[in-house]
Design a protein around this ligand. Structure first.
Ligand code: PAF
Length: 282
């Protein structure tokens, strides 16, 4: 397993693999890897001959008030995890390698980015689409792997790949949870002991909503009211949003009459956490 810092080194390695007729999977990450990322690397290792993991905290997807500086980083830990799960190459560039002086081109999207996280993080998806496009151009993978925890991100990337005729397959992988239900996230490290306990309201609300769907409830406001009531009972929790949207458009729907995503963002103290379920997975 190799760690490289330049685009030229990634291209050289991938070119060699291509000459040998090997397939390549890409797992884009911002590092500080946990079992959620490990499951993406496992999936890529299963489907492809070689796996590239990008490990880059992308400044372009953080607004000036967000946690770019404090976002956790640990490349030595990441390298061990990637190796243990069969990854072949880590691409760990400096920001200047990805965004040279004079960089001024962006990939942007309307509609899907205007709901859910796009409302409270207006520049976020432009940063994600731009960096993911760059990673696709650099690695030119056969497949790329994204977690369903970032459900809107997954929908946005699928849409971008379709709109811009990018020649690869996007694979969405299930949310990985702690044993008590909390969805794995690098941001969980921000939580103190009391907040860690309070953070369980997110997954509890997800399970509550899933159960209502399982029992046949179709009225989105009934499901959302029950979920919100549960979260609001926790003093440290402050809801950013809890919504049910059409899977394809990310627009809110009143009734479960098509494949839908029920997604939430909730502040636990200062930490903003997300969780969700797809009705098709219930
Ligand atoms: O999901 C993430 O970690 C990031 O948004 C991604 C896809 C690696 C782009 O920076």
């Amino acid at each position: 397993m190799k760690i490289v810092k330049t685009i030229a080194e990634v291209r050289k390695q991938v070119k060699e693999w291509r000459h040998e007729g090997l397939t390549v999977g890409l797992v884009p990450t911002m590092g500080y890897l946990h079992e959620g990322h490990a499951s993406l690397i496992d999936a890529s290792h299963r489907d492809n001959d070689r796996t590239v993991v990008s490990d880059f905290v992308n400044p372009m997807q953080f607004s000036p008030t967000e946690d770019l500086e404090s976002y956790p980083r640990d490349i030595a830990h990441d390298a061990k995890l990637v190796e243990a799960h069969g990854g072949d190459l880590i691409f760990h560039p400096e920001p200047e390698e990805m965004y040279h002086e004079g960089f001024s081109s962006f990939v942007d999207m309307t509609v899907l980015t205007e709901e859910l996280c796009g409302l409270s993080r207006p520049i976020h998806f432009r940063g994600v689409c731009t960096v993911v496009s760059k990673l696709f151009n650099i690695v030119q993978p056969d497949r790329a792997y994204f977690g369903k925890k970032d459900a809107q991100q997954l929908a946005v990337i699928r849409h971008m790949v379709n709109d811009l005729n990018m020649n690869l397959e996007i694979i969405g992988c299930p949310i990985i949870r702690e044993s008590d239900g909390l969805a794995k996230s690098s941001r969980n490290t921000y939580l103190n002991t009391e907040e860690r306990q309070s953070a369980l309201v997110l997954s509890q609300a997800v399970f509550l909503g899933m159960n209502m769907v399982k029992k046949g409830e179709k009225d989105c406001s009934v499901i959302l009211d029950a979920m919100k009531k549960h979260i609001e009972a926790e003093p440290l929790a402050k809801i950013d949003y809890v919504k049910i949207v059409d899977c394809a458009t990310m627009q809110q729907i009143p009734t479960l009459d098509r494949p839908a995503l029920c997604a939430m963002a909730v502040y636990i103290g200062k930490t903003r956490l997300i969780d969700n379920f797809f009705t098709e997975d219930v």
